[in-house]
Design a protein around this ligand. Structure first.
Ligand code: 5GP
Ligand code: MN
Length: 337
């Protein structure tokens, strides 16, 4: 994925100590947080002054990640964060392909910068803003790419338990715990190496998946009750209105992973999960599929989104009901095998 030329360019960029800002996408998930913090710890060891800056809040179930308390939240303190960005000598953007995925305000600041950018990402159709672009959709996670990035720089000896704990997190969350098609022998060999480095893999799984609040379980229960099945299309879908979310006192990250239940049924190859977000005036949609049905292409075509073959997202500015009606209408012309 990294050409010898790219490796040389990055080595040059990292040759002297620098102020570096490392940025994931808005609404960061396990891979976004794991890859940015994993890279942060690596850059610290290389003698740089890195800071991880997220566009908006990250979910609580990731707050155990080492150094998460140092993370700057752009939308919470635009002034300080803009200053940090203007002082940066180098910017890494991880786990996203277009600057618009940082949100309007942060995107505008990023576009005004003139320092070099390095993109490391596994989404389709990367934009061309970066001096160096490592983009490869064959990787299951950006965390796995960071492992290869560190190896490519000849710095494998710097991998330690802290970096490995961060990178393991994104490998696990983006692969659905090693079950999606993108999981390779190499993915497992990297996980094995991380376990040998001393990560507590069992504890990490628990922190990620057995760490829910009672509210979150009630939200899940409601989403499961709301689940509809369309056998003719091998499709299921569910939704949560803002009112339902409010009634359970929801917090960020509570809807994470719920979409997967729609795919856990026999003879269902496509599922969608709609979440109403009144603050942002949008319906956020998650799509998942089994086998060859490409939800990335589907999300791009119908819901201004994207992602990967079996996991993608999108949005709609219609009402929740109208969005679901639009979704159902698309199924007649969509081939789901
Ligand atoms: P999730 O459903 O977990 O939010 O997202 C699944 C995958 O689709 C992730 O890789 C995520 O980055 C991508 N994704 C989610 N929403 C969007 C979107 O609005 N646009 C694009 N391009 N990708 C998205
Ligand atoms: Mn990812």
């Amino acid at each position: 994925m990294m050409t010898p030329n790219d490796i040389e360019t990055v080595k040059q960029l990292l040759a002297s100590p620098k102020k570096i800002v490392v940025i994931p996408h808005r609404n960061p998930d396990g891979d976004a947080m794991g890859s940015t913090l994993g890279l942060y710890h690596f850059l610290l060891l290389k003698g740089h002054q890195p800071v991880v800056m997220v566009p908006n809040e990250f979910p609580d179930f990731l707050a155990w990640l080492p150094a998460s308390e140092t993370v700057k939240i752009f939308e919470r303190d635009i002034e300080t964060c803009t200053k940090l960005l203007k002082e940066a000598e180098l910017v890494f953007t991880l786990d996203f392909n277009v600057l618009s995925r940082t949100g309007d305000c942060m995107e505008a600041v990023l576009k005004s910068l003139t320092v070099p950018f390095v993109m490391i990402d596994h989404h389709q159709k990367p934009d061309t803003y970066a001096t160096v672009t490592f983009s490869d959709t064959s990787y299951g996670s950006t965390c796995e790419m960071i492992y290869h990035f560190i190896q490519g720089l000849g710095d494998s000896n710097l991998l330690n338990k802290t970096i490995a704990s961060c990178l393991y997190t994104g490998i696990v969350t983006d692969s659905g715990s090693f079950r999606y098609q993108s999981t390779t022998g190499t993915t497992h060999r990297i996980a094995a190496e991380f376990i040998d480095l001393g990560i507590d893999n069992s504890a990490i799984h628990s922190l990620l998946f057995d760490n829910h609040s009672h509210n979150r379980i009630q939200i899940l229960a409601r989403a499961l009750q709301n689940m509809k099945v369309l056998p003719a299309y091998k499709t299921s879908y569910s939704s949560l209105s803002q009112e339902e979310l409010n009634s359970f006192g929801h917090s960020k990250g509570d809807t994470e992973g719920i979409v997967n239940y729609g795919l856990s049924m026999k003879d269902i190859n496509f599922t969608a999960f709609f979440t109403e977000n009144k603050d942002e005036g949008i319906i956020k949609i998650s799509f998942r599929s089994k086998g060859d049905f490409d939800v990335n292409a589907y999300a791009r075509e119908h819901f201004s989104g994207g992602g990967h073959i079996n996991a993608a997202g999108g949005k709609s500015t219609l009402s929740l009901e109208a969005t679901i009606q639009k979704f159902i209408a698309t199924l007649a012309t969509t081939k789901i095998d």
